[in-house]
Write a protein that binds this ligand. Structure first.
Ligand SMILES: Cc1ncc(COP(=O)(O)O)c(C=O)c1O
Length: 418
């Protein structure tokens, strides 16, 4: 595909879409993708998570091909979108109702807004290193370059008005005492608490989510689980089912759109009421529209994906193969004698190149970035595509894919400079 690279550099800032600046991908099938040079990769990037059942799954393709000739967007209710909302309500403990949007960033922005509208208070508590999309409020202390004193929020981007930081409180993830102290001190100002139940790569410590739930419930503060990544991945019922803690609101994206742009806010009836002008006072109502919200093609793809995930044993294979990969990586690290460890859960994990406990964002900052970059480069050259800091597992990865990945990883460690 002559000239594509040059064209990309000319017409796209940085030469890319803002996502991974890697190979240009032309096709995907199952757990493999192929680039413009005809190189095939074992894919652990998975479109940054949505392709949990694999690329171009026949059931999803068939559902999309059935919908497309019927029309692709209406800005009105459509059967697939209504059915998808029902499936989500049936799957997730916190979900009485669903409002669709098109991206996870939007979902998180509205989740924080609806919590504020419900509570009539303005501040949001989040956890350092937690990712809640690209809105002004979402982009606070996601990846701070300097260690501010908690609860001070640090903007991650240029262009965010300085006063937004005053609306956010930041706590260290997995430190329940710090979070509870902030909630107790600020409960009168708090509109909500937002958390990734599994933050980036880091599982919650036993009791962390449970106690966060108790502390927010005590003051009637909505607890938002950002399940954009974990929804339908950690379990059919999401991380709230996997970890056994039910929030008031959750946000969903990635898997529920089956590879198309679709995301959602789902939550308790009395909170979701704020999206309904008929159910709340005018000054408590949330104006919310989106041209493509509940898009029928995306909804059809999401419905087909979730149907595959409802098959008995759907999660068993992916958890088993993920565990095999985690254990294999751990064994290779041990054999190489490097200070590194595998962090995560069997469906989403990576190697952190540091020893000692990895329980929060600051712990992850101890990771040896040069070593991580070396290994990722080596893996890419060996035909393994992954994000800088994640292995996303899919139902389509095979034992052979895992074996090839482990071989490439051991080679990568052997090639590390002494
Ligand atoms: C936890 C979490 N929240 C929100 C988002 C934003 O979603 P989107 O990229 O669809 O805007 C992401 C994206 O990766 C995410 O991982």
């Amino acid at each position: 595909m002559d000239g594509l690279f040059e064209t990309a550099n000319r017409v796209l800032p940085g030469g890319h879409f803002g996502n991974m600046a890697g190979p240009t991908i032309v096709s995907g099938a199952g757990a493999h993708v192929t680039d413009t040079e005809g190189r095939e990769y074992i894919d652990f990037l998975l479109g940054s998570g949505p392709m949990f059942i694999g690329h171009a799954h026949p059931a999803v393709t068939a559902a999309v091909m059935e919908q497309v000739p019927l029309g692709t967007t209406f800005f009105a209710n459509n059967p697939a979108g209504i059915r998808l909302a029902e499936v989500i309500v049936n799957a997730l403990p916190c979900a009485d109702q669903v409002r669709f949007v098109s991206s996870g960033s939007e979902a998180d922005m509205y989740a924080m807004r609806v919590a504020r509208a419900f509570r009539g208070r303005e501040k949001i508590l989040k956890f350092e290193g937690g990712y809640h999309g690209m809105s002004d409020h979402g982009l606070m202390s996601l990846a701070p370059k300097r260690e501010a004193n908690f609860p001070r929020a640090i903007p991650d981007s240029a262009g965010i008005p300085a006063h937004i930081a005053d609306d956010m409180l930041v706590a260290p993830y997995n430190d329940i005492d710090a979070a509870v102290a902030l909630i107790e001190a600020h409960h009168d100002e708090l509109g909500g608490v937002i958390v990734e139940p599994f933050q980036r790569l880091i599982p919650p410590k036993p009791g962390f989510l449970f106690e966060l739930r108790a502390a927010t419930e005590k003051h009637g503060i909505p607890l938002i689980f950002d399940e954009i990544v974990t929804g339908f991945r950690f379990a059919y019922g999401g991380a709230q089912t996997y970890y056994g803690v039910t929030p008031d609101i959750c946000t969903l994206g990635k898997i529920i759109g089956g590879g198309f742009p679709l995301a959602a806010i789902a939550g308790r009836l009395d909170i979701m009421a704020h999206f309904d002008r008929a159910r709340v006072a005018e000054d408590r109502w949330l104006m919310q529209v989106g041209t493509l919200s509940g898009n029928p093609v995306a909804s059809a793809a999401g419905l087909a994906t979730l149907e595959v995930l409802r098959q008995p044993g759907a999660y068993d294979g992916v958890f088993a193969r993920g565990l095999t990969l985690m254990q294999g990586l751990t064994a290779a690290i041990k054999a190489a004698g490097i200070p590194a460890q595998v962090v995560g859960e069997p469906v989403l994990f990576d190697v952190v190149y540091a020893s000692g406990e990895i329980a929060n964002y600051r712990d992850t900052q101890r990771s040896n970035i040069a070593m991580q970059a070396h290994v990722n480069r080596h893996l890419r050259a060996a035909g393994i595509l992954k994000g800088d800091g994640k292995y996303y597992m899919s139902l389509a990865h095979t034992d052979d894919d895992i074996a090839a990945t482990l071989e490439a990883f051991s080679d990568a460690l052997r090639s590390l400079p002494a």
